[in-house]
Write a protein that binds this ligand. Structure first.
Ligand SMILES: [Zn+2]
Length: 106
């Protein structure tokens, strides 16, 4: 693990509580998750499944990703159009899943 940063154990605890193996759905223990990279705004963690040994990389941000838009030169975004609202309505009308699945799909 990288040098202990403030929040590292909280972040690993969050992964252990809320993320499972994408292959076999086995839960992770704290010892299965390590920080492989930490920058000023994001973390990359590697979680190794104790069941099937699949490694999964997880990116976490110190702030919501949309807060980074101004730093990406996207500080003025156009208003959402009626066509975009209609497109989302069509997508959501056929979407089956919970909020977690929705966020993973977009
Ligand atoms: Zn697994």
């Amino acid at each position: 693990m990288l040098a202990e940063h403030s929040g590292t154990s909280d972040l690993i605890a969050f992964v252990v509580r809320h993320v499972s193996c994408s292959v076999c759905n086995h839960a992770y223990a704290a010892d299965d998750v390590v920080v492989v990279r930490h920058s000023a705004e994001s973390w990359v963690l590697a979680a190794t499944c104790p069941g099937c040994h699949t490694e999964r990389l997880i990116t976490a941000f110190d702030r919501p990703p949309y807060a980074l838009l101004p730093h990406m030169g996207m500080d003025i975004l156009p208003p959402i159009t009626q066509a975009e609202v209609n497109e989302w309505a069509r997508f959501l009308a056929h979407f089956r899943g919970d909020l977690k699945a929705l966020l993973a799909a977009i």
